[in-house]
Design a protein around this ligand. Structure first.
Ligand code: GLY
Length: 365
């Protein structure tokens, strides 16, 4: 079965990563649970089917499973305390194993709870959304939101394994699948032009489960290489932020003012804004910019804001991004399709041009 190993030097840890169908039934062959003093599962209530499969496969009692609400709203101090209380009630020790099941918000929250409990207890991610499979579950970022700022408190701690069972996507709403495809397309744009062409060639709902195994594996492989090169995001890991400076501003705005866009929808529009900046700086051609727009549209993702948001308001939100240094925005841009550059500073006027470009009805050049 397709597998990878993510090796990071900083803490000399490694994560085994498997991608295939039907993996949850094979868990006993992938994880030696006898190694651990106890095993608990913290699972998103929305991932009940995957959780039952894990429970049956590892023969766990119901009392070793904590079901939590999924979503960003849980990534709070209260959410964290709820999980720590469960760990204390279950008498976890340093040799215990925690299995997280659900989307990216669950792996962020429970990964942080595990990484901070007793200075770190082993954990395995079982991501059940495409977004979590290709992004949140790889690379060890975990944390909670604080004072209205996403992931303000957190850590980087690697899971001991990531187990991606593509069958968990069969019940994923199409809008959530599309949201994950924004990150898949981003992987192509920052690292592999051929991969971009391939994954942006059709509506994402048309891929078969077998094709999704291959797509998820290739995206994980791209992300693994980036994380291995720079676990702590001092350099190349910043390339993963392509589309996210503008995208996070759009996501925050629509969360507060509604109707909310998914992360992937906001990042898709953000990638158009940041590809436009790359084009205006002469880094990519107008044909490249059009190909990126077409690719996102083929997939079913938006390329323009669904409602007008004033460029000034978006600019204000961009300035609050925690990626900024000394108040200056450091952009990740494209030097070509498949090649990203990071820490680029650009004139203020160009930011406004890009924010006008993504308004509905904006034109390509
Ligand atoms: N989600 C981007 C990263 O893991 O660096």
């Amino acid at each position: 079965m397709p597998s990878l190993e993510v090796n990071v030097a900083r803490v000399e840890s490694r994560s085994a990563l498997w991608v295939d169908r039907g993996l949850l039934e094979k868990l006993p062959t992938l994880v030696s649970i006898d190694h651990y003093s106890s095993v608990v599962v913290v699972a998103d209530k929305g991932a009940a089917r995957a959780t039952s499969r894990i429970q049956a496969s590892l023969q766990l009692s119901s009392s070793s499973i904590l079901a939590i609400e999924g979503g960003e709203g849980q990534k709070s101090v209260d959410g964290l305390v709820h999980i720590w209380n469960f760990f204390v009630d279950k008498k976890l020790d340093r040799k215990s194993l925690i299995i997280t099941v659900g989307g990216g918000a669950t792996s962020d929250l429970v990964g942080f709870a595990a990484a901070s409990f007793m200075r770190g207890v082993a954990f395995i991610h079982v991501p059940t959304t495409l977004l979590a499979q290709v992004d949140a579950s790889i690379g060890g970022k975990s944390g909670i939101n604080f004072k209205g700022i996403k992931n303000l408190i957190g850590s980087i701690a690697q899971p001991c394994a990531v187990i991606i069972d593509i069958d968990t996507l069969s019940t994923l709403p199409e809008r959530e699948l599309r949201s994950g495809f924004a990150e898949v397309i981003k992987h192509g744009l920052i690292a592999d032009a051929n991969y971009f062409k391939e994954v942006a060639s059709q509506n994402c709902a048309q891929w078969s489960p077998e094709e999704l195994v291959s797509i998820v594996f290739r995206s994980c492989d791209i992300k693994k290489r980036v994380v291995e090169a720079d676990e702590s995001e001092q350099g190349p890991r910043k390339t993963l932020n392509f589309g996210h400076s503008i995208g996070h501003a759009i996501e925050s705005y629509t969360l507060e003012n509604g109707p909310p866009l998914t992360h992937g929808e906001a990042i898709s529009i953000g990638m158009i804004g940041e590809a436009f900046i790359s084009y205006r700086l002469g880094k990519i051609s107008q044909e490249d910019l059009s190909a990126i727009e077409r690719g996102l549209e083929n997939t079913g993702l938006p390329t323009r804001l669904p409602l007008p948001i004033s460029p000034d308001r978006l600019r204000e939100l961009i300035s609050k991004d925690k990626k900024n240094v000394s108040g200056r925005v450091k952009w990740t841009l494209l030097n070509a399709i498949g090649v990203a550059v990071f820490d680029v500073e650009i004139p203020e006027k160009l930011i406004h041009e890009a924010l006008s470009h993504i308004q509905s009805g904006g034109s390509c050049a």
